[in-house]
Design a protein. Structure first.
Lengths: 177, 53
Protein backbone atom coordinates (compact mmCIF):
# COMPACT_ATOMS: atom_id res chain seq x y z
CA UNK A 1 0.00 0.00 0.00
CA UNK A 2 2.90 2.36 0.74
CA UNK A 3 4.43 1.52 -2.66
CA UNK A 4 1.13 2.08 -4.39
CA UNK A 5 0.22 5.32 -2.61
CA UNK A 6 3.47 7.22 -2.25
CA UNK A 7 1.61 10.53 -2.09
CA UNK A 8 -0.35 9.66 1.03
CA UNK A 9 0.98 12.03 3.72
CA UNK A 10 2.24 9.30 6.06
CA UNK A 11 3.75 7.30 3.18
CA UNK A 12 5.87 10.20 1.90
CA UNK A 13 8.74 9.15 4.14
CA UNK A 14 11.44 10.91 2.09
CA UNK A 15 10.28 14.34 3.27
CA UNK A 16 10.71 13.20 6.88
CA UNK A 17 14.23 11.85 6.37
CA UNK A 18 17.07 12.73 8.72
CA UNK A 19 20.45 13.59 7.23
CA UNK A 20 23.75 13.76 9.03
CA UNK A 21 27.22 14.50 7.71
CA UNK A 22 30.57 13.94 9.37
CA UNK A 23 34.29 13.76 8.64
CA UNK A 24 36.26 10.87 10.08
CA UNK A 25 39.91 9.81 9.97
CA UNK A 26 40.87 6.65 8.06
CA UNK A 27 43.99 4.71 7.21
CA UNK A 28 44.61 3.69 3.62
CA UNK A 29 43.46 0.07 3.09
CA UNK A 30 46.03 -2.41 1.88
CA UNK A 31 43.44 -4.10 -0.36
CA UNK A 32 43.32 -3.33 -4.08
CA UNK A 33 39.83 -4.42 -5.17
CA UNK A 34 36.98 -1.91 -4.90
CA UNK A 35 34.78 -4.12 -2.73
CA UNK A 36 37.68 -5.07 -0.45
CA UNK A 37 38.65 -1.40 -0.03
CA UNK A 38 35.03 -0.47 0.73
CA UNK A 39 34.71 -3.26 3.31
CA UNK A 40 37.99 -2.27 4.96
CA UNK A 41 36.81 1.35 5.22
CA UNK A 42 33.43 0.20 6.54
CA UNK A 43 35.20 -1.66 9.35
CA UNK A 44 37.20 1.45 10.17
CA UNK A 45 34.12 3.68 10.09
CA UNK A 46 31.86 1.25 11.94
CA UNK A 47 29.37 0.91 9.07
CA UNK A 48 27.64 -2.29 8.02
CA UNK A 49 25.34 -2.99 5.10
CA UNK A 50 25.29 -3.81 1.42
CA UNK A 51 27.85 -2.02 -0.76
CA UNK A 52 25.71 -0.49 -3.47
CA UNK A 53 28.26 1.15 -5.78
CA UNK A 54 31.92 2.07 -5.79
CA UNK A 55 33.86 4.75 -7.71
CA UNK A 56 37.45 5.91 -7.69
CA UNK A 57 39.45 8.43 -9.63
CA UNK A 58 42.24 7.54 -12.08
CA UNK A 59 44.98 8.30 -9.55
CA UNK A 60 43.28 5.96 -7.07
CA UNK A 61 43.42 8.34 -4.11
CA UNK A 62 39.76 9.39 -4.17
CA UNK A 63 37.37 6.56 -3.43
CA UNK A 64 33.64 6.81 -2.93
CA UNK A 65 30.99 4.22 -2.28
CA UNK A 66 27.48 3.83 -0.98
CA UNK A 67 26.32 1.46 1.74
CA UNK A 68 22.64 0.64 2.07
CA UNK A 69 20.51 -1.19 4.57
CA UNK A 70 16.74 -0.90 4.98
CA UNK A 71 16.00 2.59 6.23
CA UNK A 72 19.56 3.86 6.02
CA UNK A 73 21.87 4.98 3.21
CA UNK A 74 25.45 6.08 3.82
CA UNK A 75 27.55 7.78 1.16
CA UNK A 76 31.27 7.69 1.84
CA UNK A 77 33.77 9.94 0.05
CA UNK A 78 37.23 8.82 1.11
CA UNK A 79 40.43 10.71 0.52
CA UNK A 80 42.85 7.80 0.75
CA UNK A 81 45.94 9.98 0.40
CA UNK A 82 44.71 12.51 2.96
CA UNK A 83 43.47 9.90 5.44
CA UNK A 84 39.94 11.19 5.85
CA UNK A 85 36.43 10.21 4.82
CA UNK A 86 33.32 12.34 4.50
CA UNK A 87 30.11 10.56 5.44
CA UNK A 88 26.56 11.47 4.53
CA UNK A 89 24.05 9.40 6.44
CA UNK A 90 20.37 9.42 5.45
CA UNK A 91 17.77 7.71 7.63
CA UNK A 92 14.08 7.28 6.90
CA UNK A 93 11.19 6.41 9.19
CA UNK A 94 9.36 3.08 9.64
CA UNK A 95 7.32 3.61 6.43
CA UNK A 96 10.56 4.11 4.53
CA UNK A 97 11.94 0.92 6.07
CA UNK A 98 8.77 -0.96 5.01
CA UNK A 99 9.15 0.40 1.48
CA UNK A 100 12.86 -0.41 1.22
CA UNK A 101 12.24 -3.98 2.39
CA UNK A 102 10.34 -4.42 -0.89
CA UNK A 103 13.31 -3.20 -2.97
CA UNK A 104 16.22 -4.50 -0.95
CA UNK A 105 17.72 -7.36 -2.97
CA UNK A 106 21.45 -6.64 -3.16
CA UNK A 107 21.48 -7.18 -6.91
CA UNK A 108 20.89 -4.87 -9.85
CA UNK A 109 19.61 -5.61 -13.34
CA UNK A 110 21.77 -2.71 -14.60
CA UNK A 111 24.89 -4.18 -13.04
CA UNK A 112 24.85 -7.98 -13.43
CA UNK A 113 28.37 -8.34 -11.99
CA UNK A 114 27.27 -7.00 -8.62
CA UNK A 115 26.59 -9.70 -6.06
CA UNK A 116 25.31 -9.72 -2.50
CA UNK A 117 28.17 -8.82 -0.18
CA UNK A 118 26.36 -8.53 3.18
CA UNK A 119 25.35 -11.74 4.94
CA UNK A 120 22.02 -10.28 6.04
CA UNK A 121 21.14 -9.51 2.42
CA UNK A 122 21.70 -13.19 1.66
CA UNK A 123 19.48 -14.19 4.60
CA UNK A 124 16.79 -11.76 3.44
CA UNK A 125 17.07 -13.08 -0.12
CA UNK A 126 16.69 -16.66 1.11
CA UNK A 127 13.65 -15.63 3.17
CA UNK A 128 12.08 -14.09 0.06
CA UNK A 129 12.78 -17.28 -1.88
CA UNK A 130 11.11 -19.25 0.92
CA UNK A 131 8.04 -16.96 0.73
CA UNK A 132 7.88 -17.42 -3.07
CA UNK A 133 8.24 -21.18 -2.66
CA UNK A 134 5.51 -21.16 0.01
CA UNK A 135 3.17 -19.25 -2.33
CA UNK A 136 3.79 -21.81 -5.09
CA UNK A 137 2.94 -24.63 -2.64
CA UNK A 138 -0.13 -22.69 -1.53
CA UNK A 139 -1.36 -22.27 -5.12
CA UNK A 140 -0.56 -25.87 -6.11
CA UNK A 141 -2.24 -27.36 -3.01
CA UNK A 142 -5.22 -25.01 -3.52
CA UNK A 143 -5.61 -26.24 -7.10
CA UNK A 144 -5.39 -29.84 -5.92
CA UNK A 145 -8.01 -29.32 -3.19
CA UNK A 146 -10.27 -27.48 -5.63
CA UNK A 147 -10.00 -30.38 -8.10
CA UNK A 148 -10.90 -32.88 -5.38
CA UNK A 149 -14.02 -30.91 -4.39
CA UNK A 150 -16.21 -31.82 -7.35
CA UNK A 151 -19.10 -29.59 -6.22
CA UNK A 152 -16.87 -26.52 -6.41
CA UNK A 153 -15.29 -27.31 -9.77
CA UNK A 154 -17.47 -25.06 -11.95
CA UNK A 155 -17.22 -22.04 -9.64
CA UNK A 156 -13.50 -22.64 -9.14
CA UNK A 157 -12.93 -22.89 -12.88
CA UNK A 158 -14.68 -19.55 -13.40
CA UNK A 159 -12.51 -17.87 -10.74
CA UNK A 160 -9.35 -19.54 -12.07
CA UNK A 161 -10.18 -18.40 -15.62
CA UNK A 162 -10.88 -14.85 -14.47
CA UNK A 163 -7.62 -14.78 -12.52
CA UNK A 164 -5.62 -16.13 -15.45
CA UNK A 165 -7.19 -13.65 -17.90
CA UNK A 166 -6.52 -10.68 -15.60
CA UNK A 167 -2.92 -11.83 -15.07
CA UNK A 168 -2.32 -12.19 -18.83
CA UNK A 169 -4.01 -8.81 -19.39
CA UNK A 170 -1.55 -7.11 -17.02
CA UNK A 171 1.44 -8.96 -18.48
CA UNK A 172 0.52 -7.80 -21.99
CA UNK A 173 -0.68 -4.38 -20.89
CA UNK A 174 2.50 -3.60 -18.98
CA UNK A 175 4.63 -4.82 -21.87
CA UNK A 176 6.27 -7.78 -20.18
CA UNK A 177 5.51 -9.82 -23.30
CA UNK B 1 0.80 -0.56 -12.58
CA UNK B 2 -1.13 0.75 -9.59
CA UNK B 3 -4.03 -1.65 -10.04
CA UNK B 4 -1.64 -4.60 -10.21
CA UNK B 5 0.03 -3.57 -6.95
CA UNK B 6 -3.40 -3.10 -5.35
CA UNK B 7 -4.55 -6.57 -6.50
CA UNK B 8 -1.32 -8.02 -5.10
CA UNK B 9 -1.69 -6.41 -1.68
CA UNK B 10 -5.44 -7.17 -1.46
CA UNK B 11 -4.88 -10.84 -2.40
CA UNK B 12 -2.04 -11.09 0.16
CA UNK B 13 -4.29 -9.62 2.87
CA UNK B 14 -7.13 -11.96 1.83
CA UNK B 15 -4.80 -14.98 1.92
CA UNK B 16 -3.54 -14.01 5.37
CA UNK B 17 -7.02 -13.33 6.77
CA UNK B 18 -8.56 -16.55 5.37
CA UNK B 19 -5.51 -18.54 6.48
CA UNK B 20 -5.79 -17.26 10.05
CA UNK B 21 -9.59 -17.84 9.99
CA UNK B 22 -9.18 -21.45 8.81
CA UNK B 23 -6.44 -22.05 11.33
CA UNK B 24 -8.65 -20.88 14.20
CA UNK B 25 -11.55 -23.05 12.96
CA UNK B 26 -9.41 -26.20 12.71
CA UNK B 27 -8.85 -26.91 16.39
CA UNK B 28 -6.64 -29.93 15.69
CA UNK B 29 -4.19 -27.71 13.78
CA UNK B 30 -4.18 -24.89 16.30
CA UNK B 31 -1.05 -25.93 18.16
CA UNK B 32 1.11 -26.54 15.10
CA UNK B 33 -0.33 -23.39 13.51
CA UNK B 34 0.61 -21.36 16.56
CA UNK B 35 4.16 -22.74 16.38
CA UNK B 36 4.48 -21.87 12.67
CA UNK B 37 2.86 -18.45 13.12
CA UNK B 38 5.08 -17.66 16.10
CA UNK B 39 8.28 -18.85 14.45
CA UNK B 40 7.41 -16.96 11.26
CA UNK B 41 6.80 -13.72 13.11
CA UNK B 42 9.88 -14.20 15.28
CA UNK B 43 12.19 -14.89 12.32
CA UNK B 44 10.75 -11.91 10.39
CA UNK B 45 11.23 -9.55 13.34
CA UNK B 46 14.75 -10.86 14.03
CA UNK B 47 15.88 -10.45 10.40
CA UNK B 48 14.36 -6.98 10.05
CA UNK B 49 15.77 -5.77 13.39
CA UNK B 50 19.23 -7.11 12.41
CA UNK B 51 19.07 -5.41 9.01
CA UNK B 52 17.76 -2.08 10.23
CA UNK B 53 20.23 -2.09 13.11
Amino acid sequence: MVLNHGKWPFADFWLARAEQTSLQPITRPAATGDLAIAQDLMRQLGISGEVNRTERNVAGDEFSFQVIRPGRTTDVDANLAGGSAGLKDVRVNAWGIMSSLHHFTGVSMDDPDRGRDWWLTRVWSLAMDAVAFGLIILVASGLYLWWRLEKRRARGLAILTFGTISCVFFLFGLGFW
Amino acid sequence: MGLGFRCDSVSDLFLTATGIYLWTILKAERRVGLIFLGSGMLSFVLIVVAMVG
